[in-house]
Design a protein around this ligand. Structure first.
Ligand code: NAI
Length: 808
């Protein structure tokens, strides 16, 4: 008798297509007679209505599964971008002035509308992008609704939870094609919740759900101009980036374009967040449940045809189980189904466009050329449309192109490791740092490995899980800034006192005052010893500068006070090396770091008179003010000693059964160029928060008044600061800052000085996409609102979210 199991094995899939009728009707309504341009042409959504593009240009939107044209959308030009930004600007006072509760109601309405139109949106997304209806219906669209619900909550709570903060202004948002509507939600929801207005540019391959969303926004009754949607390719994106009246750019896409945008916005005062590419490791230890692992791999690399920035594209397997896992994977791949995206029984749909298909083919050929073993299932993909089969590479060397370059397709490269240490090394052997997933039944091992991986998200025994309550974003060349959660909201807010920011116009900010207080007469009290020659402070020791020509430091009345080293590239290199070698600082306890900061404060306090006299002699600010500065510096050290064991993370209530730990991690080696004003306090105000949370620093003190910092050498030497945690290089602040910003082993750069050099720092940072914090407007460092607090700690950390499901 035939068994059920035998029948099951021989059953074939019949077609199970989702109807595209409603989506076709919607397209016809917009592109046909009722359409703006007629003949299948959409308009731009500006100021609450559909308008024809001034550019007069349109381009085709293609269904990648059929290669048929399904719509035409405008290629927005300069006048169109300007009009959209003007509409957003006009809407800003009204929208930002609404009570949080009113914005919450609008966001709630958007979530409801998305749910109401879920079917249309899911089908449209599949037609436009080529991804399977199973994914758009069950993942993309539900996550979109969830994002708006979650952010309706942040709108409601903004005044209380983000007290002292205001929206940034007009935000330009540029998104990619891999999750077209989900990226709309990730960008638009926090921006609107915070009170900003938006100009959104969807990707040229996939503009349709963003246009449908514009219509939903109108239906939900949002005021005109709050959200504007302009279509076009990279040229339109570049115009939006350059538009002077835009206050912030939020971008998701390739690291290459992220770099271009970083350079283009340098020195403009525009706030920036970048979510870029990845080459994320998927680590399997020998005690992992291999059947779960196989399903995990399917989700990691064959979800969305592998066109996922956080795809688990590098399979790192413990040597002992590698062969077994590869065999299981091949068997599973043989059963995957590639075909028409609207078929409900399909696992993988089409690749978004011919250019992407070519890129995948090219990289796969390269893999074969370089000697790796390529395996694909025996079945063939449909020939009509842009399809590509799931692909597995074994015998891959860690340096191979396919192990290093983001393929952004259904291609998995497998490598093996012997020890957890080797697994971590392999995992971090990439310039990226977006995500990772770790598979083991040993929770100790998982929680040991997770913090060691340089990535913004670590999934334990799961992968590609997202939720609005948990921030998402990268380390290193995967960009900076987070989307989702509390930290995602901060990307769209600025502190109230910081009035100049957000104008997009640097000229509206005052320039740091530098030595402006030098005009006051200096005190007649005896000065500290004159004509000392200070070295650098590197690796815990006073180090002779590389160049033999010191720089003279003079008092406001022209008297020579001392000489300091003229730091150069070599000194910076040594300092960075020392800072890197001191990375163990990150693994000391908050308690220990706090104790050391208290000790510095104590040693500084005992020398208050000396520092007071020194500051007065240098700046001519008067003894009273100098003493106030020293007292404030001592207090600031106390502040960060206090914070060292208190800047804790969170446990997010996400939609998994388990916990999502949001951990504040140090960034690594931070370059700091201190302000000219208040030379001791400015210096301490930046260095203390950076080291409190576990970074090591290379600091450049005030160029005109470096002696407060050089005098600190001996304080640091007697305060148990481990060698290399704080390094000080004196000399030309702007030149040294540029060297630090260029340095590929520096992870973040803070610059406080003039606008021109700030721009240089931001531009140079694009090399390794290091995070920057560059300011040229004056802060009152004596005011605790401006000079200390959570803002500094946020800059000094990056959030890693570790997802830990539990239960049987
Ligand atoms: P892309 O980075 O060129 O495009 C992303 C968005 O940026 C699109 O809206 C595009 O129009 C816009 N854009 C392009 N040039 C611009 C410029 N100069 N200024 C402002 N905006 C600009 O990505 P593309 O070409 O679609 O894909 C290329 C590769 O990038 C992929 O193969 C993949 O490796 C990676 N990628 C990564 C994504 C991620 O989520 N991390 C998403 C999309 C692509």
């Amino acid at each position: 008798m035939t068994t059920v199991s035998e029948i099951f094995q021989t059953m074939a899939y019949g077609p199970a297509p989702e109807s595209d009728k409603q989506a076709r009707e919607w397209l016809a309504k917009h592109g046909g007679e009722g359409g703006v341009g007629g003949g299948g042409e959409f308009g731009l959504f500006v100021g609450g209505s559909w308008v024809k593009p001034a550019s007069g240009e349109w381009f085709d939107v293609i269904n990648p599964a059929t290669t048929q044209r399904i719509a035409r959308v405008p290629q927005a030009g300069k006048a169109d971008v300007d009009a959209a930004v003007a509409a957003a600007r006009a809407a800003f006072p009204g929208w930002s002035g609404l009570p949080g509760h009113a914005r919450a109601r609008y966001l709630y309405a958007l979530a409801r509308e998305v749910q109401r139109h879920a079917r249309l949106l899911a089908v449209l997304e599949s037609m436009d992008n080529g991804k399977s209806i199973r994914e758009t219906r069950d993942l993309d669209i539900p996550l979109v609704a969830r994002h708006f619900y979650h952010h309706a909550g942040w709108a409601q709570l903004r005044e209380s939870e983000f007290a002292g903060a205001t929206p940034v202004g007009v935000v330009g948002q540029i998104i990619p094609w891999n999750f077209p509507l989900l990226m709309v939600a990730w960008k638009v929801a926090p921006a609107l919740a915070a009170g900003n207005t938006v100009v959104l540019k969807p990707a040229e391959f996939t503009p349709l759900t963003a246009l449908a969303f514009a219509e939903i926004v109108a239906e939900a009754g949002l005021p005109p101009g709050v959200l504007n949607v302009i279509t076009g390719d990279g040229r339109t994106g570049a115009l939006l980036v350059d538009q002077a009246d835009v206050d912030k750019i939020a971008f998701t896409g390739s690291t290459e374009v992220g770099r271009v945008i970083r350079k283009a916005t340098a020195g403009s005062g525009k706030k920036l967040s970048l979510e870029l590419g990845g080459k994320s490791p998927f680590i399997v230890f020998d005690d992992a449940d291999l059947d779960s692992v196989v399903e995990g791999v399917v989700d990691a690399i064959w979800f969305n045809q592998g066109q996922v920035c956080c795809a688990g594209s590098r399979l790192l397997v413990h040597e002992g189980v590698a062969e077994r896992l590869v065999a299981k994977l091949r068997a599973r791949m043989e059963k995957l189904r590639v075909g028409p995206p609207l078929d409900k029984a399909i696992d993988m749909g089409a690749i978004v466009a011919p250019v992407q298909l070519e890129r995948i083919r090219g990289l796969v050929s390269k893999g074969v050329e370089e000697g790796a073993t390529m395996w694909q299932p025996s079945w063939a993909c449909p020939t009509e449309g842009y399809f590509y089969p799931p692909t597995l590479f074994t015998d891959v060397s860690p340096a191979a192109t396919i192990a290093q370059v983001e393929i952004f397709g259904p291609v998995l490269v497998a490598m093996s490791f012997r020890t957890p240490k080797e697994a971590v090394e392999l995992a971090n052997n990439t310039p990226y740092g977006l995500a990772a997933s770790v598979w083991t039944e040993n929770i100790n091992l998982a929680l040991d490995v997770a913090p060691k991986i340089k990535a913004g998200v670590v999934w334990i025994n799961c992968t590609n899980v997202f939720d609005a309550a948990s921030g998402f974003g990268g380390y290193r060349e995967s960009g900076f800034g987070r989307e989702g959660g509390r930290e995602g909201m901060w990307e769209y807010l600025k502190l109230q006192w910081d009035e100049g920011r957000g104008t997009g116009d640097g000229s509206k900010r005052s320039v740091a005052k530098g030595a402006s207080r030098r005009t006051r007469p200096s005190s007649p009290v005896p000065l500290p010893p004159i004509d000392r020659t200070y070295k650098m402070f590197i690796g815990g020791k006073q180090a002779r500068p590389d160049a033999p020509y010191p720089r003279a430091i003079v008092a406001p009345d022209g008297r020579r006070l001392a000489e300091v080293g003229e730091g150069n590239r070599k000194d910076v290199r040594n300092a960075v090396e020392a800072a890197r070698a001191a990375e163990g600082w990150a693994h000391t306890t908050g308690h220990t770091r706090g104790q050391i900061l208290y000790y510095i404060a104590e040693n500084l306090a005992t020398r208050t008179d000396e520092f007071t006299a020194r500051i007065d002699a240098m700046t001519g600010c008067g003894l009273e003010r100098a003493r106030a500065e020293v007292d404030a510096a001592v207090s600031r050290l106390f502040t960060y000693a206090s914070w060292a064991d208190k800047y804790d993370g969170q446990v997010h209530p996400t939609t998994i059964r388990g916990v999502t730990l949001a951990m504040n991690e140090p960034i690594g080696v931070v370059g700091i160029a201190a302000p000219e004003d208040l030379p001791l306090l400015g210096f301490i105000s930046l260095v203390a928060p950076a080291v409190a949370v576990g970074n090591t620093v290379v600091a450049i003190p005030s160029e005109i008044h470096p002696l407060a910092a050089t005098e600190l050498y001996s304080v640091l030497e007697t305060s148990d600061v481990p060698a290399g945690v704080m390094n000080i290089v004196t000399g030309s602040k702007d030149e040294l800052s540029k060297v630090l910003a260029d340095h590929l082993d520096v992870d973040a750069m803070w610059y406080f000085g003039n606008q021109v050099a700030a721009a240089e720092v931001e531009r140079a940072s694009a090399g390794n996409m290091k995070r920057t914090w560059a300011e040229w407007h004056a802060r009152d460092w004596l005011d605790p609102h401006q000079g200390e607090g959570r803002e500094f700690l946020r800059e000094a950390t990056q959030v890693k979210n570790i997802w830990i499901p539990y239960g049987e």
